[in-house]
Design a protein around this ligand. Structure first.
Ligand SMILES: [Zn+2]
Length: 170
């Protein structure tokens, strides 16, 4: 397994829209293994393929305390969603920035698993937030883009002041 490098906002490649996976084969499983290792190594709760500059519809997540509940979603689509919830979100592509984002409180997602089998996943709370955050990445959207233009500018300014000083978050 290889630890992959994570694109850092505002890298324009983060705005790429991911294509569906045509066939879940060994290459895809290897990519998922590398993404999983990268997510755990960086202590993230989720990672989208977009963030490692692979523009395919793949996300991995694990919101469990013990980091032993990996969920892999290939070609995820939201079947149903509802409610309202707000979480303080962070992102491996936006170091040291945490902002509240309003999203649906629960989602029902259909996706493929690592064997190419269709799975249905119901999620609420943190997991629902994480799925929506990662699915945004697949659409080329970073969570801070949910914020007001003023807040986005503030974050961009802060990031450029941080400069390339440290890559410790990712
Ligand atoms: Zn993210």
């Amino acid at each position: 397994m290889t630890r992959l490098s994570v694109l850092q906002y505002p890298d324009p490649r983060l705005h790429t829209v991911a294509a569906p996976v045509q066939l879940v084969n060994e290459d895809i499983r290897r990519l998922v293994a590398d993404m999983t290792q990268t997510m755990y190594a960086l202590d993230g709760i989720g990672l989208a393929a977009t963030q490692v500059d692979v523009h395919l519809q793949i996300i991995v997540l694990d919101v469990s305390e013990r980091r032993n509940r990996l969920q892999v979603l290939i070609n995820p689509s939201i079947i149903k969603m509802g409610g309202k919830a707000e979480f303080e979100e962070g992102c491996l592509s936006v170091p040291d920035v945490y902002e509240s984002v309003r999203r649906a409180a629960w989602v029902h997602v259909r996706a493929l698993d690592l064997n190419g089998k269709t799975i249905d996943v119901q999620a609420e709370g943190l997991k629902a937030m994480c799925i929506q955050h990662e699915m945004d990445h697949l659409q080329g959207m970073v969570f801070v883009e949910h914020l007001s233009p003023t807040n986005q500018r503030r974050i961009l300014n802060a990031l450029s002041k941080q400069g390339r000083r440290s890559n410790s978050r990712a």
